[in-house]
Design a protein around this ligand. Sequence first.
Ligand code: MG
Length: 386
Amino acid sequence: MRILDIRERSLPISRYAGPARQGALTTSVVAIITDVVKAGRPIVGYGYASVGRYAQSGLIRERFAPRLLQAPAETLIGDDGNLDPFKAWQAMMTGEKPGGHGERCVAIGALDTALWDIAAKAAELPLHAHLTGRLGAVSAETNKVRVYASGGYRHPRDDLSLLADEMRRFADLGFFNAKMKIGSAGLDQDLRRIEVAVAALGAPGRLAVDAMNAYDRSAGLEAATKLSPLGLWWFEDICDPLDFETQSALASAYTPPIGAGEALFSAAEARLLARHGGLRPDRDVLLFDPVHCYGLPGYLQIVEAATLEGWARQAFWPHGGHLFGLHLAAALGLGGAEVTPFAFQPFCGLADDSVIADGYVTLPQAEGIGFETNTALKMLFRELAG
Ligand code: MG
């Protein structure tokens, strides 16, 4: 197998349902084209740089795609004759120094996603099954993964009624748990928003809240005090992701579950969080996004680092709402995965025919990651690949 071409495009994405709404984020979509032809078409791997940060066009085009294209084909192939994404990862990381993760980890993660798509398609397996074989069958004997619905951004008009409507639609789709954003409206207004969302879902234990790292120490402590008695599912991204001293103080003030790790990208940072963030492995949740964390090889380093610090794999709930995270949750036996049913078009939802019931989704059975099972993504990626 030989990589013939790598294509990348920056795409605007919106946090709201509807592409024209504010949010102004971008992401990189990538297509890696190989010389292997199956059923009359070349195997093409698709990936994108998850959501919540920005496109990494320069890094992909100038640094990481050329390294993949220039690597001798035989150095990227495993003993089974298939593309080995771990070897490809080493080729991409050639010459990179420790630290200084910036967002190069996001560029690598987008390409790594597409490389795993290729490897699983060549093996004619859905990615979770390919990974289970490749990594040594660590997943539970189940054909479904726990998921939750993410959204609940603040709307400039009709915020409360739109929030309630969104939460009801999550429940109608079959989700048991949901997550909403707080931290931008003032605490009193956020408490009102939480009350509305809980009423729509039916119980506070079904709702997680995400402050998107907005609070400083005093605002975080005030929020922790007010939110503590509510019985929420978890309280996420409370303070600056690298301010472990504040994170630890907040954990002392907030006994219910806390979610953290979404904006940390390396095993070294995960170790610092585990040792100095004051988190409790018996209840807290780790949200590292595999695509933002240098792809699967980087994510596995993080899982190992946290495991050595006493964390169970069930504590991991990958951020991002993408099918790559869903496959990893299945193959690695993680707690579950995020889904964004309406936000971040065109990257919302999973497959067109995904069935969610009682908060679980049945595992995808299409070969590879299965982005093509989502009509909007299929059109997008096919256009990119030409
Ligand atoms: Mg978050």
